[in-house]
Design a protein around this ligand. Structure first.
Ligand code: GDP
Length: 521
């Protein structure tokens, strides 16, 4: 395996609170890479103007991005894949899972609003995995928080040490540009000009008469502070995810993006070693391997196809190759594969570790599946299940549609669109992280499985898996505040009405072992 092919690849996800500018930044990055020709393409997709299937109507109606995909582009001899994540508050589960397939994350923050609820949640998922997180503080062309305060907030609210790589000069109407501390260059806003500074940096005379005096004095003051008391730039800490490099700019004005991209490509990691249940896989291994982290069904209503998103972890993918699905031992030929570009799809013939490709699937794959062409059985570390907090009892309105209903439930559970449990009466209970998942579920059952459904609220908010050798014994715990259900692998789960009911259960039955989340496999 050619090491250069690996080292030139990057996979990252953009995380943000809605409206911070994720779509705008994605679009500008794609424009820089020449992957799209005009601004508006990504936004159009976000607004679902060119929706690829009818179920995306929901996106259109709600003006949000429910689905996600990956956009690949080339820039400066690098092959970059941006994993697009659903932006809405309601739709966390999918987003969390996608973040297990990236090697780094870019966190976009609105410079006026600072860190918002969803930024924090997604940050935690990334930081749990120890991946490098790059911060882009956006919308400097508007009135913003003092950048020193923004930096402080990162440390205080997220507990993440940070180091400013670029620094804003003024904001809003007085926004004059950014200073690149590593390159010692000032990029001027609106003037399309750069000033290379000498060894005195911002304290020299080169900026005098160029910047407004108040901005210059603030810049000098901030640099004195950061040089004196700020964190030192340390690429090792950055690669370990222990120090976040911070950039400032305006995605809308396409300002500050070039320096960001340039530094990001140097500092962010190329695909590395991935853990398996028995060891490790190196991207340089000759044996091909990868895992499925997302399945999206019925992208094209004319074909009713499913697309499995595969992250390649080692070796070379060649269209038509034979692989084994480790979970079942089944051999298969991967003949229908596709790149997932921003606005088009094309067949992919060859791909490498650090690429994400789509594989057309007729129902073989499950989320978390590993595939390989080697003899050794490889299982990549399982993707985590996130504990649902919302539950609904669901049934087919017309019992003659029972079969369609069961099929729909089964497939959507496999896809990871929603979690499915059954109680002792074989009723179906759905679990979700956000209410939107229920809406999508209902919409898809009606439209794809031709089944009207009845959904009723059930009064539970907390799920805990139970470790027991004797699932039958669990029945004794059932009462109005606790229900026993089984997940789709038949593992017992206790649902509680609230945290209080959970705590009193734990006090009463100290020897029952409850776990918050289980691995999918
Ligand atoms: P997302 O929800 O995070 O994807 O955010 P969008 O990219 O859709 O941006 C939300 C709104 O903020 C849109 O109206 C954008 O035009 C606007 N916006 C994004 N970036 C900037 C920026 O740098 N400056 C200003 N003034 N507005 C921006």
């Amino acid at each position: 395996m050619n090491i250069d092919l690996i080292n030139k690849r990057r996979i990252f996800g953009i995380i943000s609170h809605p409206d911070a500018g994720k779509t705008t930044l994605t679009e500008k990055l794609l424009l820089h890479g020449g992957a799209i020709r005009e601004a508006g393409t990504v936004r159009a997709r976000k607004n679902s103007k060119y929706a690829k299937s009818d179920w995306m109507e929901i996106e259109k109606q709600r003006g949000i991005s429910v689905t996600s995909s990956v956009m690949q582009f080339e820039y400066d001899n690098r092959v970059i894949s941006i994993m697009d994540t659903p932006g809405h508050n309601d739709f966390g589960e999918d987003t969390y899972r996608i973040l297990t397939s990236v090697d780094s994350a870019v966190m976009v923050i609105d410079a006026a609003k600072g860190i918002e609820a969803q930024t924090k949640k997604l940050f935690e998922v990334c930081s749990m995995r120890g991946i490098p997180i790059f911060t882009f503080i956006n919308k400097l062309d508007r009135q913003s928080m003092d950048p020193l305060e923004s930096m402080q907030e990162l440390e205080e609210v997220l507990g993440m040490p940070s180091v400013a790589v670029t620094w804003p000069i003024g904001c809003g109407k007085e926004f004059e540009g950014i200073y690149d501390r590593l390159e010692n260059v000032v990029h001027l806003f609106r003037k399309d000009d750069n000033i290379q500074l000498d060894e005195d940096g911002v304290h020299g005379s080169k900026l005098e008469g160029v910047l407004n005096p108040a901005n210059l004095s603030n810049l000098r003051y901030a640099m004195e502070l950061l040089d004196g008391a700020g964190n030192e730039f340390d690429i090792e800490l950055i690669k370990l995810g222990k120090l976040s490099p911070v950039f400032f700019g305006s995605a809308l004005a396409d300002f500050g993006i070039t320096p960001f991209l340039k530094h990001f490509l140097v500092m962010s990691p190329a695909p590395g070693i991935r853990k398996t249940t028995t060891g490790e896989v190196s991207p340089l291994d000759e044996t091909f391997s990868g895992f499925i982290f997302k399945i999206q069904a019925n992208m094209n209503p004319a074909h009713r196809d499913r697309l499995a998103f595969l992250r390649i972890c080692s070796g070379t993918f060649e269209r038509g190759m034979n692989v084994t699905l480790t979970r079942t031992g089944k051999q298969m030929k991967l003949s229908q594969s596709t790149h997932l570009m921003a606005n088009e799809r094309e067949t992919v013939d060859v791909a490498y570790a650090g690429d994400v490709i789509g594989i057309y699937d007729s129902g073989t794959f499950q989320i978390g599946d590993s595939i390989t062409n080697g003899k050794e059985k490889i299982f990549f570390e399982p993707l985590p299940t996130f504990p649902p907090e919302l539950f609904m009892r669901v049934s087919a309105k017309n019992s003659l549609k029972g079969k369609n209903f069961q099929k729909g439930v089964e497939q959507l559970a496999q896809e990871g669109a929603i979690q499915v449990y059954r109680n002792e009466y074989n009723e179906v209970i759905l679990g979700a992280v956000g209410v939107l998942q229920f809406e999508v579920f209902e919409y898809r059952l009606v439209n794809e499985y031709n089944t009207d459904i009845r959904m009723e609220n059930v009064d539970f908010t907390v799920a805990r898996w139970v470790k027991t050798d004797n699932p039958n014994s669990l029945k004794q715990y059932q009462n109005s505040r606790c229900m026993v259900v089984y997940d789709r692998f038949d593992r017992p789960v206790l649902l509680f009405t609230n945290e209080y009911a959970l705590r009193s259960f734990q006090d009463r039955y100290e020897d029952v072992e409850l776990v918050e989340a289980l691995d999918i496999n």
